[in-house]
Design a protein around this ligand. Sequence first.
Ligand code: 4NP
Length: 160
Amino acid sequence: MKNIAFICLGNICRSPLAEGLARAAAVAAGLDVRFDSAGTGNWHVGRPPDPRAVAVAARHGVDIARLRARQVRPEDFQRFDLLLCADRDNLGALARLRPRDAVAEVGLLLDWAGVEAGGEVPDPYYGDDEEFLAVFDLLSRAARALIERIAEDSAATGRR
Ligand code: 4NP
């Protein structure tokens, strides 16, 4: 797993937070994995993350201010090994977009990270700062668990 993209609806709250957190966790673990994020919707394309997401990340030493929203494209199914969705709506949207020659594995982030089977990252967009903090904490756990899983998988592959 070398190229991973996080997917949510707007690409301004959950997935840019996941991207920033996963990148930080990978650097801390010395893992060479590239991360990106995208939204299934196009309303916020070109915009920076939601100021509430930028603020909660900054308070915890993670800088996501320079990220810019983009929409998922068919090429993402070739460019990435893994597309990790925040919720089931995102998963459904990707199933509709998936080209025949797709190579990317697609799954729910919390599932894949082993944080919560079948779990979804709640959309904080219409919530308050407290909800952004709860989402940050959840994504922080997910990012660390994801990096641990990738590190274990690559160690196991190395031993084979
Ligand atoms: P995200 O949050 O999917 O976590 O980026 C949202 C951002 C914007 C909207 C919905 C969710 N929106 O409806 O504009």
